[in-house]
Design a protein around this ligand. Structure first.
Ligand code: 4AD
Ligand code: MG
Length: 432
């Protein structure tokens, strides 16, 4: 009998003797998916690929799994099919390995920051502000959509809602993180994040987990250094502790995984400005699906060209056009104004995965920040507390966000982000 308790990929071989009192009635009828408790003796094994086996003296059957209807038969199922059984898929080798690696990554995240004196700060999930200014927020309300109170002009009257104002699920804990960083120095947040963007890609979820460090007195170069050390630490820990699971991913899921991980650990990340990256892409002579020019956002194909073909290593791009980045990023004084104003943004790109980290130095000048808000159609008075950080003891500071699921994808080589989170939320899908 092959027994698995979820602690590793390897099964325990159990030898069940016909002498067992319940052999005929029960043990002989066990099939895939049943649950048992086995008592017995662990002995050295002559079997291939195992050093020990168990000789059972007692087998208690807890639950049967009707072999006619149990979906997870011994054959391989597609990952798409397994998503329809999100309640059973953690029993498969693939999802088990993913969840063990995901857990190891989470531990590394906390270890990395805790060992360096960062405070773990819990920022709110319900918020009234839109950090990324992209308007991709899920509304939180207790009003009945059919019978919402109205203002004289006919709009929904949110002053009568639960919080007396419109509220949403957070897209980022950064703004609140800045409050704590500028008070206490080094902080990080790690929690669920929500985006109501209608993206049907293999890299986007409507609910994902984000880690956001924020550090007072950091400038952009410090931020890049922190990001690189952070990624190297996570990958190093997984390489050290999840060897068997990684070998499984290498052999069964994606044969570039080990090489990618080794590259992350061994090579210094290339740092180059957005403007230089555009230059490389324009000169590349590649047929990109999305045309590339200064001022446009990079698409996955461009990120992959840079990381997989041109540099064959992780890349940190910085100094992006102000027009494609949020209000809170620090403005550069561009001497060469030919291309347009830029901000102290940075994105870390990995081979295969593309953007894994987005961050920036923050605008710490009250007047510049207020002007940027107005430019982007945000009302400064809605962010009065954020502006107060620049009014009272303003300080240079910087931070970034790492998408946990993209990190799990990078480490496991799993192609679709839906397969690296226990219960994926995507447009049209929230069944489990
Ligand atoms: O680049 P983003 O939008 O940056 C921020 O939210 C900043 N406020 C972070 C900061 O500076 N504190 O998101 C950061 C990272 C991305 O690089 C990506 O890894 C991940 O979050 N991410 C997503 N992951 C899964 N599904 C989505 N829809 C994601 N959107 C962003
Ligand atoms: Mg980003």
């Amino acid at each position: 009998m092959e027994l698995n308790d979820g602690s590793s990929l390897a099964n325990m071989q159990v030898i069940a003797d016909a002498e067992l009192p319940n052999y005929e009635d029960q043990v002989r009828r066990l099939t895939a998916g049943c649950s048992v408790t086995v008592r017995g003796e662990i002995k050295p094994s002559g079997g291939r690929g195992q050093t020990t086996e168990m000789h059972a003296t007692e087998i208690t059957v807890h639950g049967w799994a009707d072999p006619e209807s149990y979906p997870l038969q011994k054959k391989r199922h597609s990952l798409e099919k397994l998503r329809e059984w999100a309640h059973l898929r953690p029993r498969t080798n693939t999802l088990g390995a993913v969840m063990r690696v995901r857990n190891r990554i989470c531990r590394s995240i906390h270890d990395f920051f805790q060992e360096d004196g960062f405070l773990y700060i819990q920022t709110p999930i319900i918020t009234a502000s839109d950090c990324e200014g992209a308007g991709e927020m899920f509304r939180v309300t207790t009003l009945d959509p059919g019978q919402a109170p109205r203002t004289p002009s006919g709009a929904v009257d949110y002053t009568q809602d639960f919080f007396d104002q419109p509220t949403y699920l957070t897209v980022s804990g950064q703004l609140e993180g800045e409050i704590y960083a500028t008070a206490l120095g080094k902080i990080y947040t790690f929690g669920p994040t929500f985006r109501a963007e209608n993206s049907h890609t293999s890299r986007h979820l409507a609910e994902f987990w984000m880690v956001e460090p924020e550090v007072a007195f950091y400038e952009l170069a410090d931020n890049m250094q922190l990001a690189e050390c952070f990624l190297k630490r996570i990958v190093g820990d997984v390489l050290a502790d999840c060897a068997a699971d990684l070998q499984f991913f290498q052999e069964r899921i994606n044969d570039t995984v080990q090489a990618t991980l080794q590259t992350i650990v061994d090579t210094s990340f290339h740092r180059l400005s957005y403007t230089d990256a555009i230059e490389i892409l324009v000169q590349a002579g590649e047929k990109f699906e999305y045309p590339i020019a200064w001022g446009t956002d990079l698409q996955a194909e461009h990120e992959r060209y840079l990381t997989e073909k041109y540099f064959q290593a992780p890349v940190i791009l910085y100094d992006y056009p102000a027009q494609i980045k949020p209000f809170y990023m620090k403005m550069n004084h561009d001497d060469d104004a030919s291309a347009g104003p830029t901000v102290r943004a940075m994105d870390v790109l990995l081979p295969q995965v593309g953007e894994i980290i987005g961050g920036s130095q923050r605008e710490d000048r009250l007047d510049v920040l207020t002007a940027r808000m107005n430019e982007q159609g945000l009302r400064p008075e809605d962010y009065w507390w954020y502006l107060d950080l620049r009014k009272y003891g303003t300080v240079p500071h910087a931070g970034f966000g790492l998408g946990l699921e993209r990190m799990v994808q990078a480490v496991t080589g799993m192609a679709n982000i839906r397969d690296v989170i226990p219960f994926p939320r995507t447009p049209g899908s929230a069944e489990f």
